[in-house]
Design a protein around this ligand. Structure first.
Ligand code: 5CA
Length: 451
C-alpha cells in the first residue's frame, strides 16, 4: 500500500476522551472512530488488524477440529424465554421490536440459538462430538462502556459451543479449547494466563478466564509468578488425544491463578511469598463447561449407544476479538506509539523515502516495494512529500515492527537502513539483504495478505 493512496487519518493531539493508552493510540493512529457510546467504526488500519486477529482465531479453531459457521446478530426472544434467560439477562440485553410488534433482541451471546440448531438436526450420539463456532458482532448494553474497544457495547466475539454425549467428552472439549486458546494468544504475541473464574450469567462452575497482565486491566488477579514462565511454543498437539490436552491444562492451571471473584486467601498464602503476585489483568477470553443447563431447558437430547435419550453435555467458549486489539496495545507500546507483534501487524514493514522526488531514492523504494510484495508480504510505503521527522513519527505511532529507510546518502554507498520498532536498533544493509531479512523474520509467522 502506498500511504498517499491510503486512508490513515492520524491525529496529532491526544484525544481528551481517551483514558488509557490503547484507546488513545487507536484513535490517534486512525484505527477507529466512535459513532455512539461504546460503538465504533473500524477505519482501514483498525479493520486490518481486526481481520488478522480473526484469521488467527479461525485457523486455530479449525486446527482443533472446530467447525465455523455464522449466526445472525438479531434473535427472536422465544428461545430466550424457553431457556429462562430472557428475564435473567436484565438491562444488558438490547431489546427491539420489529414492524409487526414482535420482540427481538440483539444477541449478547448464542447458547440458545445454537442449541436450537443442534436439537433440530442432531439426535444421535453417532454425530458427536461436535463443536460449532462463529465470529460475530455482539451487543451488551454495558452501564459504563469505556476504554474504547476494551469495553464496548457492540463488540466482535468468537463464540464456540461443544456438544458431547458424556461429561468426560465435554471436559475433553473444554481442555481442547484451553489448548487452542493458548496457541492463538501466543501467535498474537500475547501471554494470556488461564485463571479460575466465576460463571456469571453463562452459568457453570467449571470455567477459566484468560487474562493479559496490564495495569489498566479491569480485573484484579492473584497468581503464582511461576505461571508467567510457561509458554506453549510450537508444540505439536494431537487435539484428539485426551491425555495430551489434559496434560496441557494441568501444566497451565496447576499453579495458583485466580480472579478476585474466586480468590481464596488461604490457598494463595500457600504459594511461597516471593512468588505471590497481585496485579491487574484484561480478560481476553473465557471457557465454560455447564453440563446440561441449556440442553435440558431446550430439550436437546441425543440417543446413546444403549438406545436411551439423554440431554447433551455442553460448554461455550469465547474470545474477545475486538477487545484483543486494545489488550495487545496495552501489552506492547512505548511513548511514541504502538509496537505490533509480527503475528498481527497491519503491514509487515514500512518503507520511508527520505527524499521523495529524488529519482534514485524513488526507484529504490519502488523496487523494495515490489520485492517485498512479490515475497507475499505487505509493505506500507510512505511516498508522501513530507518531512522525514513527520514520516518517522507516523511510522512509530502506527507501530509496524520493521522499517526500511531509504535516502540518497545511503544509496550512494549501496545501503538502506533497517530498523526494529521494538528495540530501536538499526543496521545498514543492501536493499536485497534488507528484503531477505524481512522475509526470514516473517517465515516464522504464518501471515497472509490482509484486507
Ligand atoms: N457465551 C460465552 C462464551 S462464548 C460468553 O459470552 N463469554 S463471555 O461473556 O466471557 O464473553 C467472551 C469474551 O468476550 C470475554 O472474555 C471478553 O474478552 C469479551 N467481551 C465481553 N464483553 C465485552 C465487551 N463489552 N466489550 C468487548 N469485549 C467483551
Amino acid at each position: 500500500m502506498r500511504l498517499s493512496r491510503y486512508f490513515l487519518p492520524v491525529l496529532k493531539e491526544n484525544p481528551s476522551e481517551a483514558q488509557i493508552v490503547s484507546h488513545r493510540y487507536m484513535l490517534r493512529a486512525g484505527m477507529i472512530k466512535q459513532s455512539a457510546a461504546g460503538i465504533y467504526s473500524w477505519l482501514p488500519l483498525g479493520f486490518k488488524v481486526l481481520k488478522k486477529i480473526e484469521t488467527i482465531v479461525h485457523e486455530e479453531q479449525m486446527r482443533a477440529g472446530h467447525i465455523p459457521m455464522l449466526m445472525p446478530t438479531l434473535q427472536s426472544v422465544d428461545l430466550w424465554k424457553e431457556s429462562g434467560r430472557y428475564d435473567d439477562y436484565g438491562q444488558e440485553m438490547l431489546r427491539i421490536s420489529d414492524r409487526h410488534g414482535r420482540d427481538m433482541l440483539y444477541g449478547p451471546t448464542n447458547e440458545e440459538l445454537i442449541t436450537d440448531i443442534f436439537r433440530s438436526h442432531v439426535g444421535s450420539y453417532k454425530d458427536l462430538p461436535l463443536t460449532l463456532y462463529h465470529i460475530q458482532w455482539k451487543f451488551r448494553d454495558e452501564i459504563r462502556p469505556r476504554f474504547g474497544v476494551m469495553r464496548g457495547r457492540e463488540f466482535y466475539m468468537k463464540d464456540g459451543y461443544n456438544f458431547d454425549l458424556t461429561k468426560e467428552d465435554a471436559l475433553h472439549a473444554y481442555n481442547r479449547h484451553l489448548v487452542s486458546y493458548l496457541r492463538s494468544y501466543e501467535r498474537m504475541g500475547l501471554q494470556a494466563i488461564p485463571m479460575r473464574a466465576d460463571g456469571g450469567p453463562i452459568g457453570g462452575d467449571y470455567t477459566h478466564e484468560f487474562l493479559v497482565l496490564a495495569d489498566t486491566g479491569e480485573s484484579e488477579v492473584f497468581y503464582d509468578s511461576a505461571v508467567t514462565d510457561l509458554t506453549f511454543g510450537d508444540r505439536a498437539i494431537d487435539y484428539d488425544s485426551v491425555e495430551q490436552c489434559q496434560g496441557v491444562l494441568e501444566e497451565f492451571t496447576s499453579k495458583y491463578a485466580r480472579t478476585d471473584e474466586t480468590h481464596d486467601e488461604a490457598l494463595f498464602n500457600e504459594v511461597p511469598e516471593e512468588r505471590r503476585r497481585v496485579a491487574r489483568g484484561i480478560e481476553v477470553g473465557q471457557i465454560f463447561y455447564f453440563g446440561t443447563k441449556y440442553s435440558e431447558a431446550l430439550g436437546a437430547n441425543v440417543q446413546g449407544p444403549d438406545g436411551k435419550q439423554s440431554p447433551v453435555h455442553m460448554g461455550s467458549h469465547g474470545i474477545g476479538v475486538s477487545r484483543l486489539l486494545g489488550a495487545i496495545i496495552e501489552a506492547s507500546h512505548d511513548d511514541k506509539g504502538i509496537i505490533w507483534p509480527e503475528g498481527v501487524t497491519p503491514f509487515h514493514c514500512g518503507i520511508v523515502n527520505l527524499k521523495q522526488g529524488d529519482a534514485e531514492a524513488d526507484a529504490a523504494c519502488e523496487s523494495l516495494y515490489e520485492a517485498l510484495t512479490a515475497a507475499g508480504l505487505e509493505p506500507l510505503y510512505d511516498d508522501r512529500k513530507e518531512r522525514a521527522g513527520g514520516k518517522f513519527a507516523t511510522m512509530d505511532l502506527i507501530g509496524l515492527p520493521w522499517r526500511i529507510t531509504v535516502g540518497p546518502r545511503g544509496l550512494k554507498n549501496g545501503v538502506v537502513e533497517l530498523t526494529s520498532r521494538r528495540s530501536g536498533e538499526s543496521e545498514e544493509l543492501s536493499p536485497e539483504a534488507a528484503v531477505q531479512k524481512i522475509v526470514e523474520i516473517y517465515a516464522n509467522h504464518q501471515t497472509g495478505r490482509g484486507f
